[in-house]
Design a protein around this ligand. Structure first.
Ligand code: ADP
Ligand code: ZN
Length: 737
């Protein structure tokens, strides 16, 4: 047998090898193997099985990494499609469908010592042992009682003896100790089971649509547009159950940020009867845990997978449904090659594997909304909150006036302060949301206007009070915060802008008796901090929770009746055509945290630009109104979804060389561009410098991504770049920085 393989590091070259007899027929398309290449041994993927090869003097493959092919043919095809569409090397795409932890076969299973009784042991033998060695007898009795192999450590604890006692028993031939594979389960606790809820009429209709899609191999993807708290998750849970009952599998994608213990618990408790068949994949897993979870899926033991972005490549077979929760989330877009969008990959994978695709959101992204309008997706709506709970009342506070009146500057306006006071008096809870971490954004000198910026990244540094340092959130650069302005020596250099820490401090000052906690990436560095803080909040041990995006999504706290948005303008003035859409989504999502229980919720939005459409439409819960106007704006300028876009970013340590390369690339693209394709000039990126690299961009716009990608590939192939200039191609980019 001869196979054609693609090494992980050989610049896309395909090589042929002979498969020695000893491997039998275990080698197949998708197998991971080690092959000799000149003097090295490389890891590679089998992409084809051949009858013969024209290559003379074929060498043998050296090693087979897994008995069952690691990459299923369907996923191999998906990887190839990705390489083509997203303009990246095919070996990079293949690697992305295999987690690092399983790719090289370096992490192995966790083996631990298990002990079992060696043979039937008659009572008189036990009694005799009892007299001579009572501890050994205790240990043996405990083991007989267990009736199954147990971990040596657990058996010892159970019998109250040292582990060594079992070694002695082993020497006497009474027990057998052997190492066995034990899966590392990151959520090993048992969950209580939760029963199905009785669906309301809207949910019934929605579920029926989903079940129809699951029965029809040619069904369109479903866009489940349901306001926050409308019971979308209940639909997911029912659909998953249906898939599993039909003998199929289910894949659920949630944004990394929403992959909280709370979310996982909700799924695990509904499927408490089959907990061992659920695999959870997220970025906090250790390599070992990731390895085990992946193999649990690969072996077919797991029927339900819940995970973040890259789980779209989970090796499930016989998929019944793929669910993408919060489908509008930007974190579904991968920010390194291959720069795929997990939602789009879900639609593609579902189509290819004849699985239903369910995209859910309270604020579907413009592209998905457009697809629903044009009939490419089937639109299913949940217009009401469960039990007809009212949407929260949203009030806008104009900071331009409030700031002048409030002694705390713009942090807490009088209306927000009073609203919090009212909640504390009634024993209800408040969430204060700020889209930014750190103590304040920037250090701005009021006297001369100087702003401290990162020497490598051209962005302002964030001041962190606890460490008295300024940090760059792009590259991680940090330095001591100055006491006076570095430029004019004015001691009044003050911390402009507001960070979560500063909000926390201000709130503490105003409400000295309230119990306050902060939740952001800085305060949540400890592994369990997140879980603990949420737990305390849920139990009512915290009155006010201050936080960033981390608390914006998916959390459900019935006792929260007030959400304060400290500054809605952050993010609105970014140099990006999606800034308005993002702000609208964020405001809507955060508002959704209020009034999830019996009590009505209230949202206070503080802003310096109260009349911006994003804020006004969000205030009236008018998703469609916002979409209409935003769609018109995109249509006028030919932005997605009306046109497609590719962004090429070139970076280099030498400014002139990077700039020259960008300009040359732009010129070549212009020369080769077909009619209808618009190529931008080679210009500095909005983020001009990052991690010591100077950054330039060339944008392409046209009617079809595939056409743009092809143009980029052929042009780049014929244009040698200087060694120190790096090119990144982003097809359907989400961020234009
Ligand atoms: P969404 O995902 O749309 O934000 P959830 O699925 O989280 O909404 O539902 C919000 C709350 O309503 C949850 O506490 C959920 O248990 C509850 N819920 C959902 N469907 C029903 C139902 N049919 N009857 C009663 N409660 C429900
Ligand atoms: Zn920096």
């Amino acid at each position: 047998m001869i196979v054609r393989v693609l090494p992980d590091q050989a610049a896309g070259r395909l090589l042929d090898y002979r498969v020695p007899e000893c491997f039998g027929d275990a080698v197949a398309v998708g197998s991971r193997v080690k092959v000799p290449v000149r003097t090295r041994v490389l890891t590679a993927t089998v992409v084809e099985v051949l009858d013969y090869s024209e290559v003379r003097g074929l060498r043998d493959i050296a090693e087979l990494l897994d008995e069952k092919p690691m990459i299923r043919p369907a996923l191999l095809d998906l990887a190839r499609w990705m390489a083509d569409y997203y303009c990246c090397p095919v070996e990079t795409a293949i690697c992305s469908v295999l987690p690092v932890a399983v790719r090289d076969g370096k992490v192995s299973e966790k083996r631990r010592n298990m002990v079992r009784v060696a043979r039937e042991i008659p009572e008189d033998e036990l009694a005799a042992l009892e007299k001579r060695a009572p501890r050994q007898a205790d240990a043996l009795r405990a083991l007989i009682e267990a009736g199954e192999p147990v971990l040596v450590s657990e058996a010892a604890a159970e019998a109250g003896v040292a582990e060594g006692v079992f070694r002695i028993l082993e020497k006497r031939g009474l027990v057998v100790i052997e190492s066995a594979v034990v899966a590392r389960d990151p959520y090993a606790e048992k969950f209580l089971s939760s029963a199905n809820l009785v669906l309301n009429a809207e949910q019934e209709v929605a579920l029926q649509a989903v079940e129809e899609a699951m029965a029809d191999p040619a069904a369109k993807p479903i866009l489940l547009f349901g306001v926050t708290g409308s019971g979308k998750t209940e639909i997911y849970l029912r659909a998953i159950r249906k898939a599993v009952e039909d003998g199929r599998t289910a894949l659920v994608l949630v944004p990394e940020i929403a992959l909280t213990p709370q979310t996982v618990e909700r799924f695990k408790s509904r499927f408490a009867d089959m907990q061992e068949k659920i695999a959870v994949l997220h970025s906090h897993l250790s390599d070992g845990e990731r390895h085990d979870e992946w193999h649990k899926i690969h072996s077919g033991a797991a029927r339900i997978v819940i995970g973040a972005r890259s789980s779209i490549f989970a090796p499930l077979e016989n998929l019944g449904i793929i669910i993408v929760d919060e489908e509008h989330e930007n974190s579904y877009k991968q920010d390194e090659a291959p720069r795929y969008h997990a939602r789009d990959m879900a639609v593609l994978r579902g189509h290819r594997e004849q699985a239903a695709v369910l995209l859910g959101s309270a604020t579907p992204c413009l592209e998905s909304w457009h697809n629903a309008q044009s009939g490419k997706y089937r639109l299913v709506r949940l217009d009401n909150r469960v039990d007809d709970r009212r949407m929260p009342v949203v009030r806008v506070v104009d900071l331009r006036q409030a700031a002048r009146r409030s002694p705390e500057g713009g942090i807490l306006s009088l209306p927000l302060k009073e609203a919090i006071e009212g909640r504390i008096a009634k024993g209800e809870q408040t969430i204060l949301f700020l889209n930014r971490r750190g103590f304040s954004t920037s250090m701005l000198c009021e006297a001369c206007g100087h702003v401290c910026t990162c020497p490598d990244c051209s962005v302002s540094l964030t001041f962190h009070r606890a460490a008295e340092r300024m940090c760059c959130h792009i590259c991680g650069h940090s330095s001591r915060a100055p006491k006076v302005c570095p430029k004019c020596k004015d001691p009044g250099i003050r911390h402009s802008g507001v960070g979560t820490q500063k909000v926390e401090e201000a709130v503490k000052k105003i409400f000295p008796k309230a119990r306050i906690a902060r939740m952001d990436a800085d305060s949540m560095t400890r592994k369990d901090a997140y879980r603990e803080t949420l737990g305390a909040f849920k139990e009512g041990k915290i009155d006010i929770l201050v936080g960033t995006q981390m608390i914006a999504k998916g959390l459900h706290f019935p006792n929260v009746t007030l959400v304060g948005i400290v500054n809605a303008d952050l993010g609105l003035h970014m140099p990006d055509f999606r800034a308005g859409e993002r702000t609208f989504q964020l405001l809507t999502q955060v508002s959704g945290r209020a009034g999830r229980g019996e009590m009505e919720g209230e949202v206070l939005v503080q802003t310096f630009t109260p009349f911006s459409p994003s804020i006004q439409f969000a205030r009236h819960h008018d998703y469609e109104g916002f979409m209409d106007q935003e769609m018109e704006f995109r249509r006028q300028f030919g932005y997605p979804p009306f046109g497609r876009m590719v962004m090429i970013t070139l970076r280099g340590t030498m400014l002139e060389r990077a700039q020259f390369s960008a300009e040359t690339l732009s010129r070549k693209l212009k020369a080769a561009a077909p009619a209808g394709v618009v190529i931008g000039d080679g210009v500095p990126a909005p983020l001009e410098k990052a991690k010591t690299y100077f950054r330039f961009q060339v944008s392409l716009r046209g009617p079809s991504s595939v056409q743009l990608a092809r143009l980029v590939r052929t042009t780049l192939d014929s244009l040698p770049m200087p060694e120190d200039v790096f090119v990144a191609v982003d097809v359907d980019p989400l961020h234009l920085l």
